[in-house]
Write a protein that binds this ligand. Structure first.
Ligand code: HEM
Length: 527
C-alpha cells in the first residue's frame, strides 16, 4: 500500500520527536543525577505504567522494586514518586516550600478559574489570603462550634429517615429486605452539612441525587480524575477537542458558574438588605468573603469574583466526597469485622449512658476513643485521597543528593505509606487497636507521618478538625441508634470492596444496608 502524503508527514514528525527525545535523554543522563528509575520507553517515557493501571497501585509496585524515591518521565513531564514516611519527614524539614506548588492540570485549571482557588493555586500571596479567609469564615474552632446546630439537625433527619427503613419484622435478622442505599445517603448528608455551613445553601434532599447540581459535581470529579493527554504532552492539547473532553469541560464549567453566580447574588442581597441582620450562625464563608470586597483594586483578591467562585469549587468538590467516602469505608470495614463493630457500638452506647432517644452530643466525642481508632485505621487502609500531587518550584533543586528538574510533578503515595510492611504489622489487616494511645491527639499535621491522609506541611488539608467532628458525630449516632446488617443473601465476605479510580476514591458499588433496632443488653440499658 502506497503511504499517503499526510501519513508520511506524520511519520516524519514522529521520527523527529523520538530522535529529539532520545538525544535530550542522553544529554540529561550525562549531567543530571536523578533518583532510581525503571527503563523508559521512547517518546512516552514511563507513561504506560499509569495508563493501564490505577496510578497509586502502579507506583506502589514500582516502589517495591526501585525504592521509596523514584524518578519517572511521564511524556515530557518529569515526576518523582515518594513512598516513605522518612523521606516525607525530610521534605517537611527542608523542602516544604520548594514542594508546595500545585501542578498545572487541564481540568483542575479550568474548574478553578485558572488556579484562582486554594487547592490548585501556586504557593503565593493569593493562596495565603484564601487560606486566611477560609479559616476565619469556616474552619476556625469558633466557626466549627457555630456549625453545631446544622450538624445536629442534618444528622437527626438522617436518623429519622433510616428508622423508616427498619424492617417490620424487626427482631428477625432474616426478615426479607434489601435495605437502603447507605452510600447515597452519606453523600447527601455530608454535602448538606458542608454546603449549609460554608454557603448557607440547603439542597432539596428529596431530589438531590437527581438534581442538576449533583450531576454537575459528579461530572467535575470525573473530569478532574480523568486522563488528559495535554497534561503530559502540552503540544497535544488540541487532542482534547477531538476526544470531546474540551467540550465536556466547558459545559461543566459554564453550568457550575451559573450556580455560583446565583448563590453569590443571594448573599449580596442578604448583605445589602438593611433590615436583614444576619445572625452569627447564618453568617457563612460566602458572607465573610463578600464583605471583604472593597472595590478598591488589586490588593484584595476577592474584588475579582473568580477567586470567590474558585473557593466555592474547592469546597463543593473537595469537601463532601472525601467525608462521604470515609463514612462508607468505615461502615464497610466494620461489617466485615463484627468484633470491632460490637466494640464500637458498646463504647458509644456506654458513653451516652444507654440506649436513649437522645443524640450523641459533640461533648461526648472526646470519650469515644475506640471510634477514633476505627476512623484512623479506615483512613490508613482506605485513604479517600490516596495520591497527593504537588509540583516543585520553577528552578532545579537538590533533594537527597539527587537533582530535581524544574517544575517536577511530585506524587506522594499515601496508600503505599499506609501499607508499608516496615512500618505496620500485617498492613493489610483492619486492626483499629494499632492506634491505641494515638487517638487522644486526633490528627496533627507533621506528627502523623504514618497516616498522611490529610496531607502534610503548609498545603495540608485545612479541614481536618471540621472533618473529624463530622465523621465522629455521624458514626457515633449511627452506631448508637442502630444495629446493622447486609441485605438478604449477602455475607460480609461477599462485600465488594473495589475502589473507583479518580480524584477521590470511593466504593465502586454503593453500599446497601439494613438497619435494625439496637440490641438490648443488660449492660447497656440504663433507663
Ligand atoms: C475525610 C475528609 C478529608 C480528607 C481525607 C481530605 C484530604 C485532603 C488532602 C490529602 C489534601 C491535599 C493535601 C496536600 O497537598 O498535602 C486536601 C486539601 C484540601 N482540602 Fe481536604 N480532605 C478532607 C475533607 C475536606 C473538607 C471537608 C474540606 C472543605 C470543606 C476540604 C478542603 C480542602 C482544601 C481547600 C484543600 C487545599 C489546601 C491547599 O492546597 O492549601 N477537605 N484535603
Amino acid at each position: 500500500m502506497e503511504p499517503s502524503g499526510t501519513n508520511l508527514f506524520w511519520l516524519c514528525i514522529l521520527v523527529l520527536i523520538i530522535t529529539l527525545l532520545l538525544i535530550s535523554r542522553r544529554r540529561s543522563k550525562k549531567t543530571i543525577n536523578l533518583p532510581p528509575s525503571p527503563t523508559r520507553l521512547p517518546f512516552i517515557g514511563h507513561l504506560h505504567h499509569i495508563l493501564f493501571s490505577i496510578p497509586q497501585i502502579a507506583f506502589h509496585r514500582l516502589s517495591l522494586r526501585y525504592g521509596p524515591l523514584i524518578f519517572l518521565q511521564l511524556g515530557t513531564l518529569p515526576a518523582i514518586v515518594i513512598s516513605s514516611a522518612e523521606i516525607l519527614r525530610e521534605v517537611l524539614r527542608t523542602h516544604d516550600v520548594i514542594f508546595s506548588n500545585k501542578p498545572v492540570m487541564t481540568a483542575t485549571l479550568k474548574l478553578s478559574y485558572g488556579g484562582k482557588d486554594m487547592a490548585a493555586s501556586q504557593y503565593n500571596d493569593p493562596w495565603r489570603q484564601m487560606k486566611k479567609v477560609t479559616m476565619l469564615g469556616f474552619l476556625s474552632m469558633r466557626r466549627i462550634m457555630l456549625g453545631k446546630s446544622i450538624r445536629v439537625a442534618e444528622i437527626s433527619t438522617v436518623l429519622e429517615t433510616i428508622t423508616r427503613h427498619i424492617p417490620d419484622d424487626r427482631h428477625s435478622k432474616s426478615s426479607s429486605t434489601k435495605g437502603f442505599n447507605f452510600s447515597e445517603m452519606m453523600n447527601e448528608l455530608t454535602n448538606q452539612i458542608v454546603c449549609r455551613i460554608a454557603f448557607g445553601i440547603k439542597n432539596d434532599k428529596k431530589h438531590y441525587q437527581n438534581s442538576r447540581l449533583y450531576k454537575l459535581l459528579r461530572e467535575s470529579q470525573r473530569l478532574m480524575g480523568g486522563f488528559f493527554v495535554g497534561d503530559y504532552f502540552p503540544w497535544l492539547k488540541w487532542v482534547h477537542v477531538l476526544t470531546g473532553q474540551r467540550r465536556r469541560l466547558e459545559n461543566n464549567f459554564k453550568e457550575l458558574d451559573e450556580y455560583y453566580t446565583k448563590f453569590i447574588s443571594h448573599h449580596i442581597d442578604d448583605l445589602n438588605s438593611l433590615d436583614n441582620q444576619i445572625n452569627d450562625v447564618d453568617y457563612d464563608l460566602l458572607h465573610t468573603v463578600l464583605q471583604l470586597r472593597d472595590g478598591s483594586g488589586e490588593a484584595n483578591i476577592f474584588n475579582d469574583m473568580e477567586y470567590v467562585k474558585g473557593l466555592m469549587t474547592d469546597i463543593f468538590i473537595g469537601g463532601t466526597d472525601a467525608l462521604a467516602s470515609t463514612l462508607d469505608w468505615t461502615m464497610s470495614e466494620l461489617l466485615r469485622h463484627p468484633t470491632s463493630m460490637a466494640k464500637v457500638q458498646h463504647e458509644v452506647r456506654t458513653v451516652v449512658g444507654g440506649i436513649r432517644n437522645k443524640l450523641v452530643e459533640e461533648t461526648d466525642l472526646p470519650k469515644l476513643r475506640y471510634l477514633k481508632q476505627v476512623i484512623k485505621e479506615t483512613l490508613r487502609l482506605r485513604p479517600p485521597a490516596p495520591l497527593i500531587i504537588r509540583s516543585s518550584i520553577s528552578s532545579a533543586c537538590k533533594f537527597f543528593d539527587y537533582d530535581i528538574p524544574p517544575t517536577t510533578r511530585i506524587y506522594i503515595n499515601v496508600q503505599s505509606i499506609g501499607l508499608n510492611p516496615n512500618q505496620w504489622e500485617d498492613p493489610n489487616e483492619f486492626r483499629p487497636e494499632r492506634f491505641v494511645g494515638d487517638e487522644a491527639t486526633g490528627y496533627k499535621v507533621g506528627v502523623d507521618f504514618d497516616v498522611l491522609t490529610f496531607g502534610m506541611g503548609r498545603r495540608s488539608c485545612p479541614a481536618i478538625n471540621f472533618s473529624m467532628v463530622v465523621l465522629e458525630l455521624t458514626l457515633a449516632n449511627l452506631f448508637c441508634f442502630f444495629d446493622w446488617r447486609l441485605p438478604d443473601g449477602m455475607e460480609a465476605d461477599d462485600l465488594d470492596m473495589e475502589k473507583t479510580i479518580g480524584f477521590t476514591v470511593n466504593r465502586n458499588v454503593p453500599l446497601w444496608l439494613v438497619p435494625l433496632p439496637p440490641s438490648l443488653t443488660d449492660e447497656l440499658v440504663t433507663d
